[in-house]
Design a protein around this ligand. Sequence first.
Ligand code: PGA
Length: 239
Amino acid sequence: MELIVLPVEAWAERVAGDLVERLRSAPDLRLCLPTGDTPAPVYAALAARLESGEASLERATIVLLDEWVGLGPDDAARCDGRLRRELLERVSPGPAAFHPVRVDELAPEQAAARHDDVAAGGLGLTLLGLGANGHVGFNEPGSTADSPTRVVTLEAGSGDAAVARYGAERVPEAGITLGVARLMASDEIWLLVSGARKAEILDQALRGPVGPDVPASFLRSHPRLRVIADTAAAALVTR
Ligand code: PGA
């Protein structure tokens, strides 16, 4: 595991710069991307770099990490909408393909199965945020290393975040997520962590017991895991 700790002012630019580098060396990269408050500044920095011609998404494929079940297509919290607004609509050309989770057209189980088929085509680089409860994607506590892509019942805190932090019109009770097993099959994983409120859970994820109580702990057995944290998030890990 590679742990990179940066001052908050440099954090998003560093991640964006590293992404540019990857896209330059592998223009047809298959990228799995999360949404949330953590990656938002990374996408802003990445969009600016792509717009200034440092690299392009033209040949890249983007697979969404997860999605809420039960929020309308225009809900402010929708993961596909956020990724479009924060990155995809800000860059031209856009990616060769963008794969949202098909929650509007398909029943949840079918949408999960379809999305798993997409991810089974291979993921070159997966970016993940870290949930305050240790989740990655919507692999909530209780998830195992072999958890498949599936419909999950959300912990109360995860559903509440949709309303309180992402502006959802109502509290979603379920989500669809790429499973831990699918994420672990990615060639490379970058876990992005920022802010003091993630310090305790990051410490548990990286130094506590590996197991379902903190699903992010499973990432430690990935051969190419890079954790990119700001100083506040890394405060306990580097103690
Ligand atoms: P956040 O969410 O980036 O908005 O903190 C992370 C997560 O819950 O996965």
